[in-house]
Design a protein around this ligand. Structure first.
Ligand code: SRM
Ligand code: SF4
Length: 556
C-alpha cells in the first residue's frame, strides 16, 4: 500500500462504525436538506448521492437561498433482472417521491432523482417491500454486477446469469447499517460486525464486475475492473476467462489518467474456483490499491503498477491454484437486437428502445404508462441492458398477443421501427442538471444532435449502418464513450472532444480526433468523416475500423 498521506475518504470510512457515521443525526437535522459533510461520502455506500438541481442554482443564489438539495437513489439489481411486480412498485415509488422519471443506467439498474432527505427512508422502505435494495450500488465496494442480458442469445443464459446474483451476494459489505438506518432494524451493540473482505477500510475505490457471454459483448465486459467471459464447450458452461483492469475514466489535463480495457489473464474452471478468483482479485485491490490519490485508485492503475505477471502470481498465491491458459473466445457484437425474438424454450422477448434510458411519458410516447400497463399483466420480466434499454422478457406464447397489443396501443412498435439505427445504437450519461461533475449536457442534448446527424448519414446512404456512438458530459466516461466508434466527451458548455475508432465489439478503445468542438464543428467534422467512410471503406468495414485504418493513421 502507498505510504503517502491517505485521502480524506479513507479516514471517513475507517471511522464510520460500519458505514453508519452520523447518518441518523444528519437525517434528523431539519434545518438543511443536505447530510453532514462526512456522511456525504457514506451515503454512497447505501446507494445514493446527494445532489442539487443545477438548473436552479443561479436563480436560488440570486434569491440568497441555499441549494435545493435532493438525493439520487440507485438500486442494486444484479444482471438487471426485475419482476413485473417490482417494476410496478418502482413506478409508484418514482411517482411518489422522485421526479417521476425512471432512469435505466449503463450498468443495468435504475436510478430515481430528486428525492428529498425526509423521503429517503420511505423510498427505501417501499423498495424493501418489493424485495429491492440499494446496498453497495455506489461507494468503494463492488457495484452492481452486470451480465449479458439477452436470454435468446444462449441456452445457458440462466445458468450464467445466476453468477451475477451469487457474486453480488458474496461481495456485499457485512455491516447491518443499511437495515438499521433506513429500515429501522434494531441496532446491534458496539457495531460488532466483522467483515473479512472489506474490513473497516473498504476498497480504495469503486469496483465493477461484468459477465460477458460471447459472441455478445453487450455489457462491455472489458470495461470492468473484473470481467468474466463465459466459456461454453460442448454446450456446457465450463468456466470463465478472467479479465482484470478495465476502467473507462480520465480527467481532462491529468496525463496520469487513462481509459483501459481489461487484460485477459487466464481461465478458471467451475464455480468454486471462479468465485475464489473473483473474491481474491478484490482482496488484492484492497491491499495494493492507491489510497492516497483517488484519481489513480482503480484496479487498472494497481494492475499497471504491479505489472500483469506479478498481479497474476499474487492472485494465484491467494487462490492457491494456477490459472489455466486463456480459452478461445470471440466477441462479434455489442448492440441490442430490437423487437421480438423467441428463445430455445419458446419464450418471447421484446427489446424496446428507451432513448438514453429515460422512462417517462412525453408528447411523442407515453413509455412509462405503457410499461406500467405491461407490468400489470404480470406476464413479463424486465431485463435492463447495458445500452440503457429494456427487454420485456420470458413471455409465454399465450401472453404474447396481449403484450403486443399494449405495445401497439402506445404506438411503440411503429415508433421503434421508424427510429434510425444511429439513434438506437447511441447512449449517453445523465449529466445536467443533476450530475455535479458535468461540464456539458449529455442525455438532454444527444437526441437533438442525432436529429442533426441523421440527414448527414442519409446523404451518404449510411442510415442503416449500426455505428455505435456515445456521449458524456465529462471525461468520467459513464456511458463508456472511449469504447465507442464515435465518442462525444464534454469539455465545457456546448463543447465536446470527438473520439473515433473504437470497434463494434468493444475490444478496442477509440482515440481523440478533435478537441472541444461546438455543434457546428461536430456536424462539419462528422460530415467529412462520413463522406470519407462512404467512399473509402472496404466492403462491410465498420466506421470504427475504417477510422482506425484510414483516418487516425494520418491524423496523429
Ligand atoms: Fe458514473 C460518477 C452516473 C456508469 C465512471 N456517475 C458518477 C455520478 C455518481 C456523479 C458523482 O460522482 O457525483 C453520476 C450521477 C449522475 C446522476 O445525476 O445520476 C454517474 N455512472 C452514472 C450512470 C447513471 C450513467 C448513466 O447515465 O447510465 C451510470 C450508473 C451505473 C450504475 O448503475 O452503477 C454510470 N460511471 C459509469 C460507467 C460505465 C460502466 O461502469 O460501465 C463509468 C466508466 C467505467 C469505469 O468506472 O471506469 C463511470 N462515474 C464514473 C466516474 C469515474 C470513475 C473513475 O475511475 O475515476 C465517476 C466519478 C467518480 O467516481 O469520482 C462517476
Ligand atoms: Fe456525470 Fe460525467 Fe458521469 Fe456524465 S460522465 S454522469 S457528466 S460524471
Amino acid at each position: 500500500m502507498s505510504e503517502k498521506k491517505l485521502s480524506a475518504v479513507e479516514k471517513i470510512k475507517t471511522e464510520s462504525h460500519g458505514l453508519r457515521g452520523t447518518l441518523q443525526e444528519s437525517l434528523r437535522d431539519e434545518i438543511t436538506g443536505a447530510v453532514r459533510e462526512a456522511d456525504h461520502a457514506l451515503v454512497k455506500f447505501h446507494g445514493m448521492y446527494e445532489q442539487d438541481d443545477r438548473d436552479l442554482r443561479e436563480e436560488r443564489a440570486q434569491k440568497k437561498l441555499d441549494k435545493l438539495f435532493s438525493f439520487m437513489i440507485r438500486m442494486r439489481i444484479p444482471g438487471g433482472l426485475m419482476t413485473s411486480d417490482q417494476w410496478v412498485a418502482a413506478h409508484h415509488i418514482a411517482g411518489k417521491y422522485s421526479t417521476g422519471t425512471i432512469k435505466i443506467t449503463t450498468r443495468q439498474t435504475i436510478q430515481l432523482h430528486g428525492i428529498l432527505k425526509h423521503d429517503i427512508k420511505p423510498t427505501l422502505q417501499d423498495f424493501d417491500k418489493a424485495k429491492l435494495d440499494s446496498i453497495a450500488a455506489c461507494g468503494d465496494v463492488n457495484r452492481n454486477v452486470v451480465c449479458s442480458s439477452n436470454p435468446k442469445e444462449s441456452p445457458l443464459h440462466e445458468e450464467i446469469h445466476a453468477y451475477a446474483d451469487k457474486i453480488s451476494k458474496m461481495l456485499l459489505p457485512k455491516t447491518r447499517a443499511y437495515y438499521e438506518i433506513w429500515l429501522d432494524e434494531e441496532k446491534i451493540e458496539e457495531y460488532s460486525e466483522n467483515d473479512p473482505l472489506y474490513q473497516d477500510r473498504y476498497l480504495p475505490r469503486k469496483f465493477k464486475i461484468g459477465i460477458g457471454i460471447p459472441p455478445n459483448n453487450d455489457v462491455d465486459v472489458l470495461a470492468n475492473d473484473l470481467g468474466l467471459i463465459a466459456v461454453i464447450e460442448n454446450e456446457k458452461l465450463v468456466g470463465f476467462n478472467i479479465a482484470v483492469g478495465g476502467g473507462l475514466s480520465t480527467t481532462h489535463g491529468n496525463p496520469d489518467t487513462y481509459p483501459r480495457l481489461a487484460t485477459v489473464i487466464g481461465f478458471t474452471e467451475g464455480e468454486e474456483k471462479t468465485m475464489k478468483a473473483v473474491y481474491e482479485v478484490l482482496t488484492i485491490q484492497r491491499d495494493f490499491g492507491n489510497r492516497s490519490d483517488r484519481k489513480l485508485a482503480r484496479l487498472k492503475y494497481t494492475l499497471d503498477n504491479m505489472g500483469v505477471e506479478t498481479f497474476k502470481k499474487e492472485l494465484e498465491q491467494r487462490i492457491g491454484f494456477e490459472l489455466e491458459p486463456v480459452r478461445q473466445y470471440e466477441f462479434k457484437k455489442r448492440i441490442d437486437l430490437y423487437g421480438w425474438m423467441q428463445d430455445h424454450e419458446n419464450n418471447w422477448h421484446y427489446t424496446l428502445f428507451v432513448e438514453n434510458g429515460r422512462v417517462m411519458d412525453t408528447e411523442e410516447v407515453a413509455l412509462k404508462a405503457a410499461l406500467l400497463e405491461i407490468a400489470e399483466t404480470g406476464s413479463v420480466n424486465f431485463r435492463f441492458t447495458s445500452n440503457q434499454n429494456v427487454i420485456l422478457s420470458d413471455i409465454k406464447d399465450a401472453d404474447k398477443n396481449s403484450i403486443e397489443s399494449i405495445l401497439q396501443k402506445y404506438d411503440i412498435i411503429t415508433k421503434d421501427a421508424a427510429t434510425s439505427s444511429f439513434r438506437k445504437n447511441a447512449i449517453s450519461c445523465v449529466a445536467l442538471p443533476t450530475c455535479p461533475l458535468a461540464l456539458a449536457e449529455a442525455q438532454r442534448y444527444l437526441p437533438d444532435l442525432i436529429t442533426k446527424v441523421e440527414p448527414i448519414l442519409a446523404k451518404y446512404d449510411l442510415s442503416d449502418d449500426n455505428i455505435i456512438s456515445r456521449m458524456t458530459g465529462c471525461p468520467n466516461g459513464c456511458a463508456r464513450p472511449y469504447a465507442a466508434e464515435i465518442g462525444f466527451i464534454g469539455t465545457s458548455a456546448g463543447h465536446y472532444n470527438l473520439h473515433i475508432g473504437g470497434d463494434r465489439e468493444g475490444t478496442r478503445l477509440n482515440v481523440k480526433y478533435k478537441e472541444s468542438l461546438d455543434e457546428n464543428g461536430l456536424l462539419q467534422t462528422l460530415d467529412e468523416l462520413f463522406a470519407a467512410y462512404k467512399t473509402g471503406r472496404i466492403e462491410k468495414e465498420t466506421f470504427g475500423d475504417f477510422a482506425t485504418r484510414k483516418i487516425l493513421v494520418t491524423s496523429v
